[in-house]
Design a protein around this ligand. Sequence first.
Ligand code: KG4
Ligand code: ZN
Length: 327
Amino acid sequence: MAKILGIESSCDECAAAIIEDERKICSNVIHSQIETHKAYGGVVPEIASREHLEVIDRVVDRAFKEAQLSMEDIDAIAVTRGPGLVGSLLVGISYAKGLSLATGKPLIGVHHLAGHIASVKLAFEDIQAPYIALVLSGGHSHFYKIDDKNSTTCIGQTRDDALGEAFDKVARMLSLNYPGGPELEKLAKKGKPIYPFTKTLLEDDSLDFSFSGLKSNIMQYLQKNEWRAADVAASFQENVFDVVATKIERATKQTGIQDVIIVGGVSANMRLREVLTERGLHVKFPPLWLCTDNAAMIASAAFNSYHEQKFNDLSMDAIPSFGLNLC
Ligand code: KG4
Ligand code: ZN
């Protein structure tokens, strides 16, 4: 039974996990830097990479202790290669390379989004290709058609802001703390969706997203009118989730594929799950603790490469703007 050590350091979470046979989580350790970046209202790349450097050794150590395993038990070392912040990525990659060099264990570079998509597999055994994966994170709002493990096609993407980014920006306009997504969700529970902000669905058949018009519309509205923060939060949330639901309806119709998963930070939003259920859409989500960045998903995603003996050598570099091809 193969075991893979996963390392994730693409943004502000420094994480390590050990996964056995694609699905069994032996350990899953996450060091979040939220408290560090809160004071700045967002992630400061320089500070993020420095904190990764300070904690990565302890994080990996804890992953071994919690799993009651040692390096000898590990068959491969997986690490996020991109997309992400270059300085942060390099900390994880350099650490993984060092471990690989010292132990002779093979190295596997993983696309961060392939990791998010694998997070659903950690919870559900029955997901079989073909299926549609929608990644809604701080940097991405991308639809993928997954035909099999070697065939993933991007069928839609944001033309400007990612949905998580839009959550963070609107949260900032409302003076909420970083990270804005969860704070905005909390506030929206106390409000009503009464403001008629612009809804952007693009062309009739488009699976792309665009959230920047809505963001500007909200900013202008706040400058010119009286408003209640909770109602703004609720109006924004209902607006974007209606768009997400409509795009999922289009995607299932266009592809003929009914199985849909949503992954990435925004998938932690409970109102999103309610809206989709109200629309009669059966969508699978990762458990809440696997929605945001973690290393369990990175280790799990590496099993494809491991089974095909597709390894990276020590010249592997970070790819901060890793393209859309996940394979
Ligand atoms: O996947 P993730 O942890 O990191 C990236 O790969 O980007 O996603 C982080 C994003 C942030 O923009 C954060 O505000 C958003 O996910 N997010 C949420 C929620 N929790 C995190 N957005 C809406 N509702 C939430 N509950
Ligand atoms: Zn992510």
